[in-house]
Design a protein around this ligand. Sequence first.
Ligand code: 4AD
Ligand code: MG
Length: 470
Amino acid sequence: MKMIKTVSILKVLNGNIKIGSNIIIKGWVRTKRVSKKGFLFLMIYDGSCLTPLQVIVHNFLKNYKEISLLTTHCTVEVIGKICKSKGKKQNVEIVANEVVVIGKIENPESYPISSKQHTIEYLREVAHLRPRTNIIGAISRIRNTIAYAIHSFFNKEGYIWISTPIITSLDTEGSSAMFEIISNKNSENNNQINSSNFKSEHDSFFKKKVFLTVSGQLHAESYACALKKVYTFGPTFRAENSNTNRHLAEFWMVEPELAFGRLNDIAILSEKMLKYIVSIVLNERNDDLFFLSKKIDNLILNRLEKFISNDFVQLDYRDAIKILKKSKDEFKRSVLYGIDLNTEHERYLVEKYFKNTVIIKNHPKNIKAFYMRLNDDNKTVSSMDVLISGVGEIIGGSEREERYNFLCLRMKENKINLNKYSWYTDLRRYGTVPHAGFGLGFERLISYVTGIKNIREAIPFPRAVGNLNY
Ligand code: 4AD
Ligand code: MG
C-alpha cells in the first residue's frame, strides 16, 4: 500500500493531489459546524493559503465526542481521503478516517482571540496570537511574496545581494535620530545601562560610539564600486519621534546601488521593480488580496491593476512646488520653495492632482543628505522621491556625489566629521565612478499593496515610539 503523505492545503485546493488519495493534513481548526445527519464539518487551515479545507468527520470515529468539543484554533492532524465535495462552496473535501487532537484551547471563553471579530488595534496588543487571524495571515503571506519578488527581480536584473552591517559608527543620512548600542559588559546592574557607565568612548566594546544603522547605503556604495550592480535588503532603525501610521522604529529597507548609473537609470529601475513586485503579488496571492479587498478596501485590486498599467509621472521639485502653490486645498504647512514636502503635500500631488504614482526629482540641496550629487546650478541635488497613493513617500534615492572635492565640501557644510567617513571618501579617491541608488521602505510597500491603514500591521512585531510589547 502507498505511504500516506503529509500535504499542504494549498496543494489540495490547487488540485495537485488526485481525488481518492489518502493524505495527512496538519493544521488548526478555523470553524466547526455540527450536522444533524451524524457528522460534523471542520474547516482546517495550515497557513499555506487563506482558504480552509473542509473535513467531514463521521460520528462513528472513536474520539467523535472529543472532536465535537474542538474550538477555533485547536491543533489537529487529519488522516483521510480527498473526495469531490457535494457542497457548492468548495470543489474538494476530506473525509476523515482519523482526527488526532494535538492541542486544545484552554478555557475557550477566556481565549484572547476567539472567533469573534476583533479590532485591528486590539489584535496589535496580542501580537503573539494575531498571526492566527485571516487578516494577519494574508498580510504575512503577501509580505513573504514581496520579499521573494524583490530577490527574484534583482537577480534577473543582474544585481548581487550583499549584506551591510546593522551595527555602525556612521550616520548615513547625516542628521538622523539613531539608537546607540551599549554593551553591558562593564555594567553591574544590567537594568541601568547608559553611556555614563563608561568613563570614555574608549572603554566601550568597539572603542567608539556605535549605533543601529539607519540605512545600508554607504556600505553598499563600496560594493557597487567593485561589483557594479548590488543591493542590500535588511533591517534599519530610526529613533524618530514620529508616532504616525507610516513610521516604525525598526523597518526593512531594500537598497539597490548602481555604478555608472544616473538619476534616470534609477528612476526607471524603481518603476520596473515596483511594477514587477505588484504583478507577482497579483498573480500569486489573488485569494489573499480578494479577502483584503472585502475586509479593508474594495478598491485594492483595481488600484493595483492600474498601478501596473500607468506610467509614473516624473517632475522636478520646482514644478511640484508651483502646482502645490496653485492648489485650492488648505495645507497645514504652507508651501514655499525650499520646504521638505509633508505627507499632505505628497498625497495631494498623487491622489488629487496626478491621480498616479509620482517621482519628484532635483530637490534643493539644503533639504537632502550630504551624499547626493550637486547639480550644475549649485543649488539642487540629483535626487528622487517616489510618492504613492495612500502612503506618500515610498522610495528615496539619488545620484551619489562621486567628486572628492565636492563631497568634502558638502560634508563640511553639513558639519560632518570627515575623519570618521574617511573610508567613504576614499571611494572617490581610488577609481571613482558616477553611481546612484535608492531605498525602498519595505513595510510602506506592504501597506500600499495590502491596503492596511497602519504600518504596524505590515511587520510581525512592530516597534514604534513608546511601543514595544513583545
Ligand atoms: O528616504 P530615506 O531616508 O533614504 C535613505 O535612507 C537612503 N539612504 C536610501 C538609499 O538611497 N539607499 O529612506 C528610504 C525609504 C523611505 O522612502 C521610506 O519608504 C522608508 O525608507 N522609511 C521608513 N519606513 C518606515 N518607518 C520609518 N521610520 C521610515 N523611514 C524611512
Ligand atoms: Mg526620504
